[in-house]
Design a protein around this ligand. Structure first.
Ligand code: V0V
Length: 140
């Protein structure tokens, strides 16, 4: 169903401070950064060496946003596990057939113009699982 781990998403209060920490502590640098108003986040992708794996730092845009709520409840830390899929519509249909709830009826726009949806954490063992169908021209 899933072809690889796309990224692990980490909630942070301050994106710039988190980027500094990852740079200074782990020599990890930003390969992509954007603001996603619909998702209420500023996000930065950081590459793990040349592996193609990334972590995604997620900072809240507003106090009502999903990430702000997560920070209030759980504090900073891992918020989501994102898998790459080739065809998000087909994978979503399969998951629904298997009785899992997806958060959105139709995929929404994610990082670098990917198409994304989420499995409710209550249906996935307490893990917020994100499905990512990368844009055709994207490297991740
Ligand atoms: C909430 N819960 C979680 C969780 N968030 N469990 C594991 N991981 C998380 N991240 C649990 C929570 O402890 C509750 O369990 C229960 O789910 C209901 O949570 P809640 O506090 O009432 O929170 P809600 O219902 O307001 O929101 C939860 C959901 C929300 C998952 C529906 O976070 C959401 O819509 N997430 C999808 C969008 C998103 O995460 N966007 C930001 C990333 P108990 O206490 O009842 O047992 S944007 C992104 O990833 C982008 C742009 C990208 O990758 O491209």
């Amino acid at each position: 169903l899933f072809t690889e781990i796309n990224h692990v998403g980490i909630a942070v209060a301050d994106l710039d401070a988190a980027k500094e920490f990852y740079k200074n502590s782990f020599d990890m640098s930003v390969v992509h950064e954007e603001t996603n108003e619909e998702q209420g986040v500023r996000e930065a992708m950081l590459a793990v060496g040349d592996s193609g794996s990334c972590i995604q730092l997620l900072a809240p845009l507003t106090p009502e946003s999903t990430i702000a709520k997560f920070l209030d409840k759980s504090g900073p830390g891992i918020q989501q596990m994102a898998y790459t899929v080739e065809d998000i519509d087909a994978v979503s249909a399969t998951l629904r057939e298997r009785g899992l709830r997806l958060l959105y009826d139709e995929p929404r726009r994610g990082t670098a113009n990917s198409r994304i949806n989420f499995i409710h954490p209550k249906d996935a063992g307490g893990v917020l699982v994100e499905l990512v169908e990368p844009a055709a021209d994207a490297s991740h």
